[in-house]
Every structure is written in C-alpha cells, then in structure tokens.
Design a protein around this ligand. Structure first.
Ligand code: ACO
Length: 428
C-alpha cells in the first residue's frame, strides 16, 4: 500500500503521499498543501525542504556518503578525469572512448573567447575580486551568443552552450586572475588537458615560458572532481531557481558563481587560509581559537568546519586531506598552516562543543592548503571551486529543463504592517 502522511490542522485531518527515493529517503509531497488547507510550510534556509527530484547526486550526510550518478566520489577521484566526471554528471553515464573524444574535442574547439571580452575585462580595476569578474564575464556570454536566450533552444543548441560553458570557464578564470595582477592575458593551449590548460593560462608569463608540472595538473584535476557537484546546495539551488525562469544557461551559471562567492559557501576556502594565517601570526595557540569559535559573542566561526548536510566526516575532506599530504610531499613544500590545520582538527574533534553539534571538517578545510601549494593566490580559491562546480551546475540546469519544472517561487508568512492610511508629507 502506498505510504501516506497525515496532517491535522485545527482538528481536521489531511492526507499527503509519501515519495520515496532510490536510496529509501522519504519526502512528504505537499504540492497541494495550500489548495487543500490554506496553509504553507515555513522552513528558514530550506533545512527540511526538498525542492526537486534529482537523479544526479546522492549524499547521505549522516553516513558521509557522496556519489555522482551512483559512483562513489572516492572511486571517481582516484580513477577518473575531470572531463569524464563532467560528462557523467551532465549526460548520466560514464563516456565510452569515442564519446569522450568527441566531448573533449568539442570543448577544445571553443576554448577561445571573443576578443571583445578583453574590452570588458579592461573595464575592471585590478582591485576587483576575481569571482566578481568571473561572474560578469560568464554572464556576458549572453551578449556574444544571444541565441542562448531562446528558452526553446534545440538539444543541439543546448549542447553547444554546455560545451562553450565548459570550454571558456578556464579562460575566464585565468583572465580574471591576470586582471587582478595587471598582467597580459594568455590564450588557451589546446594541446593540453583541461586542468593543465588552465594552469598555463594562469601562470604563464607569457604562456610559452611556462611548463606545466604534471603533479600540479593531476592534483588540480582531482580537486575539480571533488567539487563537481553536491546536489541542492546554495549555489546549485540558485542556478536551478534562476534557470526555472527560463533564463539562459549563462545567466543561470553566473548567478551560481555569485551565490558560491559567500564565505558561508564556496568563499569559505579563502576564509580558511585567512584564519589559519591569523592563528599562525597570533603564535599558533589553537586552543585559544577553538574557544573563540565556541564563544557565540565573538562572531567567529571555525571556517571549513560544519556543514548543512554532513553530520559526519565530509568524504571530500578525507580525500583532500590525504591529497594535501601527497601534493605537499611531491612538491617538497612544507606549509606550517597544514600543521595548524591538523592540530585544529584534532582538538575540535575531541571537543564536546563540536561533537555535540556534529561539526566536522568540510571540503574547504584542506583545499586551500593544496591550492596554496600549487601556487594559486588566495583570491582565486573560490574561482577554483567554481571551475570544479561548473559541470554540476550544468547538469542540474539541464535536468530542471528536461523535467519541465515550474518556476521557483517560494511563499512567505507576512509579518509587516497591516493596511494603513497614507498621510501626506505636509501632515506627517
Ligand atoms: N564554528 C563554530 N560553531 C559552528 C560552526 C563553526 N564553523 N558551524 C556551526 N556552528 C554551530 C552554530 O553556532 C550552531 O550552534 P548552536 O546550535 O549552539 O546555535 C550549530 O553549530 C549549528 O549551526 P548552524 O549555523 O545552525 O548550521 P547550518 O547548517 O545553518 O550552517 C554552515 C552550516 C553554514 C556550513 C556552518 O557550519 C558554518 O558557518 N561553517 C563555517 C563556514 C564554512 O566552512 N562553510 C563552508 C561549507 S561547505 C560548502 O559550502 C562548500
């Protein structure tokens, strides 16, 4: 028998169907709640609200499980490349050799950006945060490809937009950095793979003089895989809600980039390094900073700790912690903030405050340490996250479109003034 949930309001009972996912998670389908009862639900931060059904990513925050299209993140990080994972997320299956070759070559064909993009870039002062520049350049694609504004675009047209998004992202990202440091931009070198191409555009002075270290390119590829999707997080929900208005893929993703920027979301990776540096400057007294994080009046939180859905170890943090050790070892880098990070983790995980609230290191806790070892400046950390998250945003945007989901439009409980009389200025 189909499972149902009963809701009683003022003594009157209403029945709602229970929806079950493939991993047995359940949701109460309240699509007709307002019609039936006149009431809405109230759930600040959507902590208990399922906004969609999705077949892309499964995560179990209590068990610390993350899977893309059924494959464990651990296995994908070890065995796949970023573009394979991008293909998997967007099209649902791991690619066959010929599919991957075509996808990779289509992407390479679109890595160049219109020369006029440089004029837009020139308008940004070098003080601009690269995330703001990235979001703007991404959105500007709507100007260069106005056909992307057509909500009824053909499947081929959508594929082209997807390929263009993936192809141009590293170029925009590297150029956002070049703008910040006041250097001339480099053009993409299509003989390289995705991560190496980005590194050469970012670090080349000029590109011809820069030899990509395979250790660095491999480490970056792994980091991008770990960030590639994370179901209905803040930036992805933003992409879906903007996309639900039938806005173009470029503007939907630009909105996602902006949402990711905040320090409580992707911006945390930048904040973690700032925090670890501050602890180091302060003499390395980790206990003192833990106490500060526990003191609600301090306004300070342990950045890179805690997660809305993980109430156990973030599986990505485990992989990144090990990768940080490997990469620093291979590159012969000793970063004292890694020691501080490990000490911070060790003490926090023994502390009842963090235990009771189930606060564990999240993906951002160790990623900044690797980015630093790879020579990536702190301002670019969240940009790196955005490069990684792009396939997830695309996959979710495409799914929303294919599912023909309605426009996202939450309700509210109004708490303002009741209707009142307007008093003209002269009488106030
Ligand atoms: N340091 C200290 N205390 C914390 C922390 C932290 N990092 N995170 C949560 N808490 C405490 C809260 O003060 C609260 O305590 P209380 O119950 O006594 O009031 C409790 O833990 C629950 O926290 P909420 O803020 O209600 O949890 P929420 O799910 O809303 O927030 C978030 C999750 C935003 C990630 C939060 O843990 C945080 O601010 N972490 C630091 C920022 C960070 O690392 N963000 C990156 C997240 S991963 C990502 O987006 C890619």
């Amino acid at each position: 028998m189909a499972r149902t949930a009963e809701l009683i309001i003022d003594g009157k009972s209403y029945t709602f169907p229970i929806v079950e996912g493939t991993e047995n998670e359940i949701g109460i389908d309240i699509s007709d709640l307002r019609d039936k009862t006149g009431a809405i639900t109230l759930d600040f931060g959507y902590k208990n609200t399922g906004a969609t059904k999705s077949a892309i990513t499964f995560l179990d925050g209590d068990l610390g499980i993350l899977r893309y299209r059924g494959y464990s993140i651990e296995e994908l990080a070890e065995k796949s490349t970023f573009l394979e994972v991008a293909y998997l997320l967007i099209f649902g299956e791991l690619p066959q050799t010929d599919h991957l070759e075509k996808f990779t070559s289509d992407i390479k064909n679109h890595t160049m950006v219109h020369e006029d993009v440089k004029k837009i870039l020139d308008g940004f002062p070098s003080s601009s945060h690269p995330m703001g520049v990235l979001a703007s350049l991404f959105c500007a694609q709507t100007a260069f490809y106005p056909e992307s504004l057509d909500p009824n675009r053909s499947a081929e047209g959508v594929y082209l937009s997807i390929v263009r998004s993936l192809a141009k992202m590293p170029t925009f990202a590297a150029w956002a950095h070049k703008n910040a440091v006041g250097h001339p931009v480099n053009y993409p070198d299509n003989s390289l793979n995705y991560s190496a191409r980005f590194l050469k555009m970012m670090f080349g002075l000029p590109a011809e003089n820069y030899e990509v270290d395979p250790v660095v390119a491999d480490a970056l590829d792994k980091l991008l895989i770990l960030h590639a999707d994370h179901e209905q997080n803040c930036s992805t929900s933003t992409v879906r809600i903007v996309g639900s208005s039938k806005a173009s893929i470029y503007s939907s993703i630009a909105a996602g980039i902006n949402a990711l920027w905040g320090p409580l979301h992707g911006g945390a990776n930048q904040e973690v390094i700032t925090m670890l540096e501050a602890i180091k400057q302060d003499g390395g007294d980790v206990e003192k900073w833990i106490n500060k994080a526990k003191d609600k009046n301090s306004g300070f939180r342990l950045m890179g700790f805690g997660h809305r859905v993980y109430k156990n170890f973030d599986p990505r943090a485990k992989i990144i912690k090990k990768a940080a050790d490997d990469v620093l070892g291979k590159l012969g880098v000793h970063d004292p903030v890694l020691d501080i990070a490990m000490k911070l983790e060790e003490i926090a995980l023994r502390d009842p405050y963090f235990i009771e609230r189930k606060l564990y290191p999240n993906v951002d806790f160790y990623s900044g340490i690797i980015y630093r070892a790879l020579g990536i400046p702190v301002d670019m950390f969240t940009v790196m996250f955005a490069i990684g998250r792009l396939p997830g945003w695309i996959a979710q945007w495409k799914e929303l479109r294919e599912n023909k989901e309605p426009i996202g439009r939450p309700r509210q409980i109004y708490t303002g003034q009741k209707e009142r009389e307007y008093i003209p200025l002269t009488k106030r």
